[in-house]
Design a protein around this ligand. Sequence first.
Ligand SMILES: Nc1ncnc2c1ncn2[C@@H]1O[C@H](COP(=O)(O)OP(=O)(O)O)[C@@H](O)[C@H]1O
Ligand SMILES: [Mg+2]
Length: 584
Amino acid sequence: MQALLKLFQFLRPHWRFAVMAPVLMLCEVVLDLMQPRLIQRIIDYGVARSDTQVVLGTASLMLCFMALAGLSGLGCGYFAVRAAYGLGGDLRVALFRKVQSLSFGNLDKLETGALITRLSSDVNKIQEMVMMMMRGMVRMPLLMLGSLVMAAVISPRLGLIFIIILPALTIALIMIIRKTFPLYRQVQEGLDGVNTVMQENLAGVRVVKAFARTEYESARFAFANNILVQRMTDAVRMSSRTTPVMMLTLNIGVVAALWLGAGQVQNSGMLVGELVAFINYLGQAVITLMMFSTLTIQISTAQASAKRVLELLESEPMIPSPGQKMQLPSRPLGKVVFDNVSFNYSQANPDLVLKNISFEAEPGQTVAILGATGSGKSTLMQLIPRFYDVCQGRVTLDGVDVRKIPEEELRRHVGIALQESILFSTTIKNNIRLGEPDASFEKISTAAENAQADEFIRNLPDGYEALVGQRGVNLSGGQKQRLAIARALLLQPSVLILDDSTSAVDVRTEGLIQKALERNSFQQTRFIVAQRISSVLNADKILVLDNGEIIAQGTHFELLDACEVYREIYDSQTENGVLTYSGN
Ligand SMILES: Nc1ncnc2c1ncn2[C@@H]1O[C@H](COP(=O)(O)OP(=O)(O)O)[C@@H](O)[C@H]1O
Ligand SMILES: [Mg+2]
C-alpha cells in the first residue's frame, strides 16, 4: 500500500477533480438509495389503494431522481477521468525526466524493455485503479451502509438476513481473491516476458532477418505469448467464479426474505412494498460487495506496478553533483590531466578496466589513443566529461577535479562524439545543433563543413531540413559519424573528444576533417581515439593502451623506436613503408 500512497502525491495538482468526483458520487448514491423507497410508495400507497395520482407522482419523482443520479454519475466519471489521467500524465513525465537525469552507470543496469513497460502499462494500471477508486471509494461503503440502514429501518428482524448472508459472501470472496492474487502476479511477469522478447526483436529485426532466425524468434515469441495467454485465462477464470457465488448468495437471500417476509406481511402488518424495497437493498449490498472484491484485485495489481514505478522514481543518479562547486573560467584552457586513475564499471568485479592511468594533455595539443578493441579507450574518454566517476585517482580540467565542476558547465566545455552515432528523428539541422538549440545557421553549416558533412547534406532533397530516420532519409554509417562530429564541433568546446568517430569514414575525408580542425581559430585540446595509424600520425602525443594500461606514450617516431606493440600495429597496416589500411 505504501508505494501506492506515495504515488498519490501526483494527485495534488488535480485535487479539484479528485474532490469533485467523490462529491458527485455521494449525490448519486443518495439518489440511488431513495429508489427502493419510492418503489415501495408506489406499491403500498399507489397500487394497493388504486391511487393513480400517487403512482404517477411518485413515478415522475423516480424519473427525476434517476436523471439526477445519471447526471451526477456522468459528472463523477468525468472528474474521475480528469484526476486519474492527470495523475497518469504527470507520472509519465516524472518518470521520463528521471530516466534523463540518471547517469551512465544507472542506465547500464536498466533494460529499455523494462523502462517502456514502466512508462506505459504500469502507469496505465495505476491510472485505471485511481479512476476506479475515485468512484468506488465513496460509492461502496456508502451504498453498503445505506442499504443496511434502510433495510433495518424497514424491518429489523429481516435485517438478520444481512447478518448471515454478507459475512458468508465475504468469506467466499476472500477465498477466491486469495487464489486470484498470485495468478495476476504471474500475468504481469508473463507480460514482462512478452515485452522483453518483443522489444529485443523490434529493435533487432534486421539482424534476425540477416541471420535467418525469423522462425526461431517467432517461436520464442509465440512461447512467451502462450504463457501469457494461459496465465490470463487462468486468472480470469478464477476471478469469474465470483459471479455465480454472488448470484447464489443473492438468491438464497431473496428466498429467505420472501419466506420470512411473507409471514410478517400476514401477521405483523408489514407492507408488500416494504418487502420489495428490502429485497432491493439486499441486492444492492451484495453487488457492492462484488465491486469491492474487483477493486481489491485491481488495487493489488496496481500495487505491483506502483512498486516498479517507484523503484525507478526513487533511484538516485550514481554521479553525485559536486558538494563544493568550483567555477571554471568562461573559456578554460583545456589542460586535461589523469592522475593515477583506476576505474571499474562495477565494484563487484575485481578486474579493473583502467589501471593506474597517468598522462597530461597540454592546452591545444592533439592526443591520440590507440589500442585493441576492449583495451579501454572509450572508457578512458568517458571519464573526462564524467559519464562515470573514477574509482581511484583523479581527472582534472584546468587543474580542477571534474567531480567539483557542475555537470552542465563540464559538458559545455567538453564536446564528445560518441563511438555509436545516435541521430534523432528530426531534421539534420536540429541533429547538429543538439547541444545549442538556438545556434545560427551559419554556425551549423560551418560545423558541418569542418566535419566534411556539408556537401552530402546539400545534396539531400531537403538539405539541412531533411528528416533523419524512419520517415526520412537513411544515412550511411560514415555520414552519421560526420553528423555526430559536426554536433560536437558546433559547441566549439575547449576539449574535443572523437571516440573512433571516423572508423566508417574514408581516409581521404578523415584527413580533410583533421585539416579543418587544425585551421580552428580558437584553442582546443583534442582527443582522437583511432584504430588506424594514419589517423594518429600527426598527433602531438599518442597513448598506446593495452588491457587498461598505458604501455607507451610519445610521438609517432618516438613510439616506432620505443614501443614494440606500436611497431607491430604499424607494420600490420603498412606495406613496404606505405600505409595500406584504407578503411571503408
Ligand atoms: N557500460 C559498461 N559496463 C560494463 N563494462 C563495460 C561497459 N562498457 C565497456 N565495458 C568493458 O570495459 C572494457 C573496455 O571497453 P571499452 O572502453 O569500450 O574499450 P574500447 O573502446 O577500447 O574498445 C571492455 O572489457 C568492456 O567489456
Ligand atoms: Mg570504444
